[in-house]
Design a protein around this ligand. Structure first.
Ligand SMILES: Nc1nc2c(ncn2[C@@H]2O[C@H](COP(=O)(O)OP(=O)(O)OP(=O)(O)O)[C@@H](O)[C@H]2O)c(=O)[nH]1
Ligand SMILES: [Mg+2]
Length: 555
């Protein structure tokens, strides 16, 4: 069945300027579906409504729900920026314009509402043009804008036609090393089981596909099977274009899936990103390191951000996540900054698997340059196609187009024998848990497992399976919620192995900057949270805090 996909448009604009009323007027459906939204008269979460050919994502205007706004704007064809005539451009209007620019939104209809509050139609026309003139200047030069003045005199179908003529369905499907579907809702429908919805923009999927839901609470990913596909009133067997889609899933129930979880279109969990190299564009003078929330699509994570001496940013994520090179993200602070809001930076991921050792320059944006950079900085000529696909975030077929480059520069790119993952060794390391020691002749294979991101290298012949690594991080986090420091007795009680061996693991935590050593105890390695703008440190100054004097080598 051929399905013509609908436009995906999101609303944006200051609180109470009439975003939900506009969507309701066009579609006849109230996007404010939560009882609390109805009693408070305010949108708290994303709302959805459609007319044939257009799917609307209604976003909240209040600054407290900015993450929902970002989630709503992340995979759309364009935005309707709503501005109330009686108030004009307000603080959230400005913050939302900045976010739209950052997320690369290229088509924006500036919708002026509450025109009935003026005396005459001419007054309304005049004021709306003034507002439009001011607003359109705030968008980047390559953003197409148009004015839509809404009042109850404008017939609904005229407004819809204007929208359909202005917006083009520009979002294309992109393929990645592994494809993802960022979930914005999960619920049950009697008889149809669990339904997940989102804006589809990666890969293709058909009924019967087996996948995996990565859970944003760091619990074990859940295997699922796609039973049904819905797009508006169509129920195709296969879906491969960008658009709003709902999937009926077997294998998971809504209460197990927190917001921000991601459906992966493969059965095996790929190696996830733990720390990122970022290219960030700032709205304020920035500190060199701080804690913030980063958001990719509907996925929000806490991260420690630190400016690398080579001029790019590193983000150390609170948990491994399905984030890839090329992903767009925004950075939000826990508290708002006067006149600016919480969203202070945005950018893209330059590298999701950057090694922790010293590097000489920032990872380049351009793919070919990036490949050269990897080779030069890491001597990674031993990489095979799969390694490159992971590092580049691209599907194998696309990576092959760079094969010429490999041939020219790396004659030995294809190893004689494909590098195999030693499943037996991996199982052994899992069983040995904290005492993952390998024999001399297993070292090479253990390092291959490290490179494939299945295990971590602790020290010498000591390795740690990823599951136990995660367990270790969780333990550290809960330990430091209860205690200020970590003593050797605490560690002995937890690891239940000999002192010499658990010391390796503690040193490993120090090396990764999860802890730092102070005499005989360990303390949590915490970065200070962002200060108010006036106390922003001059560039070059070091932050105070427990890490002062602590070596920050290679970061
Ligand atoms: N007079 C008049 N009132 C309007 C118009 N559009 C919206 N309103 C009123 O403005 C108030 C806010 O409207 P909403 O549509 O909930 O505003 P919103 O932008 O969705 O608000 P948030 O989602 O909370 O940011 C409601 O009381 C609406 O009835 C309009 O064109 N004219
Ligand atoms: Mg609303």
């Amino acid at each position: 069945m051929i399905v013509v996909r609908s436009l995906i448009l999101a609303t944006a604009g200051h609180v109470d300027h009439g975003k939900s009323t506009f969507v309701k007027y066009l579609t006849g459906l109230d996007p404010d579906r939560l009882p609390e939204e109805k009693t408070r008269g305010m949108t708290l979460d994303l709302g959805f409504a459609s007319v044939p050919g257009i799917s609307f994502i209604d976003c909240p205007g209040h600054e407290s729900f900015i993450k929902h706004l970002v989630a709503g704007q992340s995979a759309v064809d364009g935005a309707c920026l709503i501005i109330a005539m009686n108030e004009g451009i307000q603080e959230q209007t400005l913050e939302h314009i900045r976010i739209l620019n950052w997320l690369g939104t290229k088509q924006v209809m500036i919708v002026v509402t509450k025109t009935d509050l003026t005396d005459t139609k001419e007054d309304a026309q005049y004021q709306a043009s003034e507002i439009y003139e001011q607003a359109q200047k705030l968008f980047l030069p390559d953003v197409r804008t148009e004015l839509l003045l809404v009042s109850h005199h404008i017939p609904r179908h005229d407004a819809i036609n204007k929208i359909k003529t202005f917006f083009k369905p520009i979002r294309q499907i992109t393929n990645h090393f592994y494809n993802r579907f960022f979930l914005d809702r999960i619920f049950t429908i009697n008889g149809a089981g669990s339904i997940v919805t989102g804006s589809f923009s990666e890969g293709e999927i058909e009924t019967g596909t087996r996948g995996l839901i990565w859970l944003s609470n760091n619990k074990k990913p859940r295997p699922v099977v796609v039973k049904t596909i819905r797009h508006e009133h169509f129920a195709p067997q296969k879906w491969l274009t960008a658009g709003r889609v709902a999937f009926g899933l077997d294998g998971v129930s809504p209460e197990e899936v927190p917001r921000g979880s991601v459906l992966l279109f493969q059965e095996k969990l790929p190696p996830l990103a733990r720390s990122l190299a970022l290219n960030l564009d700032w709205a304020i003078e920035q500190k060199k390191q701080f804690t913030a929330t980063i958001q990719v699509g509907t996925l929000c994570l806490q991260a420690k951000l630190r400016l690398h001496p080579k001029g790019f940013w590193r983000a150390y994520l609170e948990m491994p996540a399905p984030i890839m090179r090329g992903d767009k993200l925004v950075v939000r602070l826990p508290e708002r900054i006067e006149g600016l809001g919480q969203t202070v930076a945005a950018g893209n991921v330059l590298d999701a698997y950057l090694p922790t050792r010293q590097i000489k320059s920032a990872p380049p944006q351009d793919t070919r340059e990036f490949i050269k950079w990897c080779r030069e900085s890491e001597g990674s000529e031993k990489y095979d196609l799969e390694d490159w696909a992971l590092r580049l975030g691209l599907p194998n077929e696309e990576v092959k187009q760079y094969v010429d480059l490999f041939r020219k520069n790396i004659p030995q790119v294809k190893p004689e024998k494909p590098k195999m993952i030693d499943e037996r060794l991996l199982r052994e390391l899992e069983e040995k848990k904290w005492e993952g020691f390998v024999k001399e002749d297993e070292l090479d294979r253990a390092h291959t497992l490290v490179k494939a991101h299945f295990v971590k290298h602790v020290k010498a012949n000591h390795f740690l399976h990823n599951d136990h690594y995660n367990e270790l991080l969780n333990w550290l986090e809960s330990h430091f919620q209860k205690h200020e420091e970590l003593t050797l007795d605490h560690a002995r009680d937890f690891f239940k192995i000999g002192r010499k061996h658990f010391i390796h693991l503690l040193e490993f935590c120090d090396r990764l900057h999860f802890t730092f050593r102070k005499e005989l105890v360990r303390k949590p390695f915490k970065l200070p949270s962002y200060p108010p703008p006036l106390s922003v440190r001059p560039t070059g100054a070091r932050a105070d805090g427990p890490q002062s004097g602590h070596p920050v080598s290679g970061y």
